[in-house]
Design a protein around this ligand. Structure first.
Ligand SMILES: [Zn+2]
Length: 83
């Protein structure tokens, strides 16, 4: 037979664990989302072909950020300075 008291305690602990994970996740996701937005604002032109509309941000959870030109497929790093 299931012990209701014990079961309730487990549920509480589980709830606490989930809340901690959500908080951790929020602490990681929101700064990253802000960083992505900032980087996109300062998107650099392609160093190979000069294209500036077809620039894709590939990696933004590392520094420097990694970009790719959709026009010539050049991959490069760029980090805006002083922002
Ligand atoms: Zn290019």
């Amino acid at each position: 037979m299931v012990d209701i008291e014990e079961c309730g305690g487990k549920m509480e602990r589980l709830k606490d664990e989930i809340m901690i994970n959500i908080e951790e996740l929020n602490n990681k996701i929101f700064p990253l989302a802000d960083r992505r937005e900032l980087l996109c604002k300062y998107a650099p032109p392609c160093p190979q072909c000069g294209e500036y509309k077809q620039i894709q941000l590939l990696v933004w959870d590392e520094t420097p950020a990694i970009w790719r030109c959709r026009y010539c497929y050049k991959k490069y790093t760029f980090e805006p300075q002083g922002v």
